[in-house]
Design a protein around this ligand. Structure first.
Ligand code: SF4
Length: 479
């Protein structure tokens, strides 16, 4: 039986996608140039990937299920000269990991040849899709991306940019988009700026990418964040910025900083590593309020807990220790297991280092707690390795609500914090204590805290959400 582990034992929450776009003034091996930044964004989606590039008067796409190195390296053995290309990595749950959903999507329509790749989730996609369906549209995918292309193609506006921007005005929700339109490269960020998108330039190359780690790999050091509601148009004559929607209240996803983005990236003009260190330090200050709390070592759950654990250790002046070794080669799918073999699966990924843990009072730092299954196995493993006490600290507040903006968070029923207090969770997972970063302290770790979305912690969504969707977490259609 093939048992698919959704994002590390179904315990971590998943992000949907990463995007890259390149425009070169001179012909170059564009697909190969896209490979490297796309590879840097692999953490944003491991289930499928693809590239599309301009060839002659058309667009060629190559995409498949699988990781960037597996899917694209065989395709890139021959040189493919072009000037414009886009790339996409994808993670999916609903809508399934089906080949027809793999991006970029390429169409030849009344607006020209278009390739589009999208990171996010369109909240009103079900309604828009239903309208189009009733009017006779045929959908070949279950993705929001195809919906955007349908809306664009059916837009009566003759001027392409007007058609595109009026199409964007019909969308509610999260979208960072890269697209090829004839001989232009376009980058778009939704008016609330849920997902990050950067634009950079090096010599004759313009690049768009979800995170700056993808720009760094091409040694692009001149870059900036695309603004919420901004459309970037890159053509032969240079780059143009169009503010297609007036800046509204920003709602940047705080989870990009807590967990999703790479620590060496900047997103939302913030260093991810530094933000996580601040979250760890804030967690430590919460503990230092208690005169009874003390520990010998601070241990991260690698890799996502590492920066926060460093911040905690520095602030509390407790030694940082590698108490868990991570095997980076497990991937996300295994042939097995039954429920009681879960521990073996966790051990395949994370293994305790007895010499570091024996006899110690351990602060174990992770980024978030979803169902609690992996944490209980980890705590047990750390105890078996000889730790005297295990105190689990989470560098995010309690997860209580689903996300409708491009992140895969389980239903309210499945989130452990909807059922138990931190004290009860400690007893369930076998820890001496469990503590979450308080939301006010999380806000103190970022510049402009009001520019972030915290809906999965406080249920304050930037759009109204129907009651039934709140309970089952359905976002209906995802990129
Ligand atoms: S609900 Fe949570 S995960 Fe979703 S965009 Fe808001 S902060 Fe991010």
């Amino acid at each position: 039986m093939v048992y698919r582990l959704v994002n590390d034992l179904e315990e971590k929450i998943g992000h949907y996608c990463g995007v890259v776009g390149l425009f070169s003034l001179e012909e170059t091996n564009i697909p190969e140039k896209i490979f490297f930044p796309l590879f840097s964004l692999q953490h944003r989606g491991q289930e499928s990937c693809g590239i599309a590039y301009r060839k002659g008067k058309g667009i060629v796409a190559y995409k498949d299920l699988g990781m960037v190195s597996t899917v694209l390296s065989k395709y890139l053995q021959e040189k493919k000269l072009s000037r414009i290309g886009i790339g996409h990595v994808r993670y999916s749950t609903q809508g399934g990991n089906r080949i027809e959903n793999v991006q970029p999507l390429v169409v030849n329509c009344n607006k020209g040849v278009v390739a589009l790749a999208h990171n996010g989730n369109i909240l009103n996609s079900a309604r828009l899709k239903d309208e189009l369906f009733q009017e006779g549209s045929i959908f070949q995918t279950t993705s929001d991306t195809e919906l955007i292309l349908h809306l664009l193609s059916r837009n009566p506006e003759k001027n392409f940019l007007k058609a595109l921007t009026t199409t964007l005005h019909r969308l509610e929700g999260a979208y960072s988009i890269v697209m090829i339109w004839n001989d232009s490269l376009i980058g778009i960020r939704d008016p609330m700026g849920f997902r990050p998108l950067y634009v950079g330039k090096k010599d004759s190359l313009h690049i768009l990418a979800s995170e700056t780690c993808a720009l760094d790999i091409l040694q692009v050091d001149e870059y900036r964040s695309v603004r919420p509601g901004e459309l970037i148009l890159i053509q032969e004559g240079g780059m143009e910025s169009i503010q297609f929607a007036s800046p509204t209240q920003k709602r940047q996803c705080i989870f990009e900083l807590i967990y999703f983005s790479r620590p060496d990236s900047f997103v939302f003009d913030t260093s991810v590593h530094q933000a996580r260190k601040k979250m760890g330090a804030a967690l430590a200050r919460q503990d230092m309020d208690s005169p009874y709390f003390s520990a010998d070592i601070v241990v991260p759950v690698p890799d996502s807990g590492t920066s926060a654990a460093l911040g905690y250790a520095e602030e509390a002046n407790i030694p940082f220790e590698l108490g868990l070794a991570r095997n980076h080669y497990t991937g996300r799918s295994f042939i097995m297991p039954t429920t009681n073999e879960r521990e073996l699966v966790v051990r395949m990924k994370l293994h305790p280092i007895r010499e570091a843990l024996e006899g110690k009072r351990v602060v174990l730092v992770d980024d978030s707690l979803v169902r609690g299954t992996t944490s209980s196995i980890l705590v047990r493993m750390i105890r078996k390795a000889g730790a005297r006490e295990v105190h689990l600290r989470l560098s995010s507040p309690e997860l209580l609500w689903p996300c409708f903006f491009g992140i895969d968070i389980p239903t309210r029923k499945e989130l452990i914090s909807n059922h138990y207090t931190p004290e009860e969770i400690a007893s369930i997972i076998g820890a001496d204590s469990v503590r979450f970063l308080e939301i006010s302290n999380l806000k103190s770790c970022v510049e402009e805290p009001s520019s972030y979305c915290y809906a999965c912690f406080n249920g304050e969504y930037p759009y109204p959400i129907e009651k039934e969707r709140l309970e089952d977490g359905l976002s209906i259609c995802r990129s």
